[in-house]
Design a protein around this ligand. Structure first.
Ligand SMILES: C[S@@+](CC[C@H](N)C(=O)[O-])C[C@H]1O[C@@H](n2cnc3c(N)ncnc32)[C@H](O)[C@@H]1O
Length: 433
């Protein structure tokens, strides 16, 4: 409760800082005279009823302010989307901090060996966002359906620019949008790109990006990441230390398999684009692997009449990618991975695994994990209008709900909603054997 009061308080002060909302001082005079009249009244008729009345007014005022905030911030909505959006918020009660908890469940994450975390702060992320918006506007592929949207483009750009590697490797290029993002982050750094279909093939049909300083293992030259002779590739690029290389995976392969292959080659800095939540996605992900009973927010109950089932059912109505208990649990109440499956290669392979194997996998991951950092969504859903991922299953957004002025000022408001719809917990890992 205290946490909630504090978070509401800091939220209000943020809003006032940016001048998005009424100046509190303008209304203070009214509150004082109301308080005086109330005191006079109390002295006449005793305490109980006036106290109850006062509490009632406070609740009414809270609901009014809450409602007004959402409606003001959503002024560009059509009335029907505004209604459904408002109900999406209102449904979960008066707490507009949908990211604050997930009922009893919380948000799972992977434990690193020594609790080390990333160097960058939320301030760095905010500053980065301001810089990235005008860069993203110049992207050659405006409609990147099936590829990365704004959130992950920003995450990849931010991480690779921060790390300044000597070589950037990507697995899964599609039309080349992520290659372009890597290039914006580090204009002079060589790239190695692996993809079964060469991005230049897409040029025939529309926009695509082919980089001039990139070695493509694509088309007839395609080699899977696990089969590349990395020692020789690094040597060709004059890179002696694999620790100076950043690997970006967007190839929808089992992430445990990719981790083992990367470790074997001595790579330490890995970014995975699609870090699917338990019960979703076409490959086994770190989110899924680390979803264990001993992690807060981890482990699930398939009990149909339980709290989790009720909560999931409610949330499923409002967020397209939320999963209800029927989607989460397979036969025999198996919930880990996707219905007990360890999926791989765009779900072309979906081997069933036991809970013991799943648990062993998480122990292995933890044993090599120095840092686990999930990119937060760039902004809260009241700002981006995204309707897909459940904000309660992700970390707090970089631009929190309510910071409409800031969202507009840095130019995020001009993008189409669709660019904010592809968030799947992109993750940065630092690993070592
Ligand atoms: C989601 S798309 C990548 C999107 C891209 N990164 C972007 O931002 O636009 C996945 C890509 O992985 C490619 N792919 C499939 N199997 C692969 C493999 N084994 N290794 C590398 N890429 C693979 C697919 O052909 C496809 O181009």
């Amino acid at each position: 409760m205290l946490e909630r009061v504090l978070s509401l308080r800091s939220r209000n002060s943020q809003i006032n800082e940016e001048g998005d909302e009424d100046d509190e001082s303008k209304t203070r005079g009214k509150h004082v005279s109301f308080a005086m009249r109330a005191t006079n009244y109390i002295s006449k008729i005793g305490f109980l009823w006036p106290c109850l009345l006062f509490i009632f007014f406070l609740i009414l005022a809270d609901i009014f302010v809450h409602y007004r905030n959402i409606m003001c911030h959503s002024s560009s909505f059509s009335s029907s989307s505004r209604d459904s959006f408002y109900s999406r918020f209102n449904f979960f009660g008066i707490d507009d901090g949908l990211d604050s908890d997930f009922g009893l469940l919380g948000v799972p994450w992977c434990r690193s060996k020594y609790g080390k975390t990333v160097e960058w702060t939320s301030k760095d992320l905010l500053k980065g966002l301001e810089e990235f918006v005008p860069i993203y506007e110049t992207r050659p592929i405006k409609n990147n359906m099936y590829g990365m949207g704004f959130d992950h483009s920003f995450g990849l750009w931010f991480i690779s620019r921060w790390l300044k590697p000597d070589l950037m490797i990507e697995s899964g290029a599609f039309k080349g949008h992520s290659t372009w993002v890597l290039r914006q982050a580090n204009p002079d750094t060589p790239i190695v790109s692996l993809s079964p279909r060469h991005p230049e093939k897409y040029l025939k049909k529309g926009p695509a990006y082919v980089d001039g300083n990139c070695t493509y293992f694509a088309g007839k030259d395609f080699v899977d990441f696990g089969s590349v002779n990395w020692e020789s590739v690094l040597k060709k690029h004059g890179v002696t230390d694999p620790n100076r290389v950043l690997i970006f995976f967007d190839d929808h392969q089992n992430e445990l398999k990719r981790l083992k292959q990367a470790l074997k080659a001595g790579f330490r800095h890995l970014v995975f684009e699609d870090n699917y939540d338990t019960g979703t996605g076409d490959h086994y992900s770190f989110r899924q692997i680390c979803d264990q009973f001993y992690i807060r927010g981890g482990g699930h109950s398939c009990f149909k009449d339980g709290d989790e089932a009720r909560l999931r059912k409610k949330r499923r109505k409002f967020w397209e990618k939320a999963v209800d208990i029927g989607e989460l649990c397979g036969e025999g109440e198996v919930w880990w991975g996707v219905k007990g499956q360890m999926r791989d290669d765009f779900n072309h392979s979906n081997k069933a695994i036991s809970f013991a194997e799943h648990f062993q996998n998480s122990r292995f991951v933890e044993s090599v994990l120095d840092v686990y950092w999930e990119l937060p969504p760039v902004a809260g859903p009241s700002l981006t209008h995204q309707t897909r991922y459940d904000p309660a299953r992700v970390s707090s957004p970089i631009v929190e709900d309510g910071r409409f002025g800031f969202f507009q000022r840095i130019g995020l408001g001009k993008f189409e909603t669709s660019v904010f719809n592809g968030y799947t917990q992109m993750v940065y890992l630092q690993v070592s054997k």
